[in-house]
Design a protein around this ligand. Structure first.
Ligand SMILES: [Zn+2]
Length: 281
């Protein structure tokens, strides 16, 4: 054991050698970094995850290399441009964008956008009352994380990082859910696109349920769980989804809104459209 330990030490190149080999990092000193507050505060990751109990993540400011990613048609077509962007700006390369909880990934994307193009986001919002399109400028610095509360009484965490919801009103039904990551988000998007291409109706509610449910009582078979998602009574599925929303960390992406046309006042969700990263278009 001692010998192999010594050999490992000898094998590790000195830090300066690493910097010289990796030409891409020679100028890293001119790119500032900053810490982004994670909506999860690291509290929703299992122990094996690099962000377990870590409340912030360090990102590099955007550079021309990241602009290349954002303008790469092939990456955009594959729907992975934003993931690549996250991967490029996160300093700790042991953190994979697909393993980030979606809310944390959104926080990284928005912080990266601010480092590249500032916090002013010019976009159009559709009035929920009269459907008039209102041109508006939002300030991304105003976005706050949803408050992360303690686990509700009927919820327990598992070692794998899932959460078991017990539903006393429904024969103590036990539903184990996983919090969605970038990986799940991509999977759901692909499924949705496939249905659109086949001109099938959207199945957003069942898709979300299928994605989050890992176990129902003793049942873990994916085909049976998919059946459960389709057949579960609305009252039960609402309870599951509401509890999930309480558990899942996220940014509050809604803004106060007043319609220029009809005067409607309310909250609307911030759209992340193409102009989110291309403010000049
Ligand atoms: Zn209106």
């Amino acid at each position: 054991m001692e010998r192999s330990g010594a050999a490992d030490k000898d094998a590790a190149p000195p830090p300066t050698a690493v910097t010289q080999q990796d030409g891409g990092d020679i100028f890293s000193f001119i790119t500032p970094t900053e810490f982004v507050d994670l909506p999860s505060q690291g509290l929703r990751y299992p122990e094996r995850h690099p962000l377990h109990k870590i409340a912030t993540i360090e990102i590099r400011h955007m550079t021309a290399k990241e602009e290349d990613i954002l303008t790469s048609e092939s990456l955009i077509k594959k729907g992975i441009a934003l993931d690549r962007l996250v991967q490029a700006v996160v300093v700790d390369k042991s953190i994979k964008p697909e393993d980030l909880l979606i809310g944390d990934k959104n926080a990284v994307l928005i912080a990266a956008r601010i480092t590249g193009f500032g916090s002013q986001y010019h976009t159009s919002l559709t009035c929920p009352s009269c459907t008039t399109i209102n041109e508006t400028t939002l300030d991304l610095d105003d976005l706050q994380s949803k408050e992360l509360t303690d686990l509700p009484e009927n919820v327990t965490a598992t070692e794998e990082g899932n959460y078991v919801i017990t539903l006393p009103d429904f024969n103590d039904l036990e539903v184990e859910v996983r919090l969605l990551t970038g990986h799940d988000e991509r999977f759901i998007m692909k499924k949705r696109e496939k249905r659109r291409k086949l001109k099938l109706a959207d199945t957003n509610v069942t898709d979300q349920l299928t994605a989050i449910i890992a176990r129902v009582n003793e049942i873990t078979d994916p085909a049976l769980l998919a059946q459960f998602s389709e057949q579960v009574p609305t009252r039960v599925s609402r309870e599951i989804r509401n509890t999930y929303e309480e558990l899942v960390p996220d940014l509050d992406m809604t803004f106060g809104f007043e319609c220029d046309n009809c005067g409607h006042v309310g909250k609307v969700g911030m759209p992340i459209t193409a102009d989110f990263f291309w403010p000049d278009i």
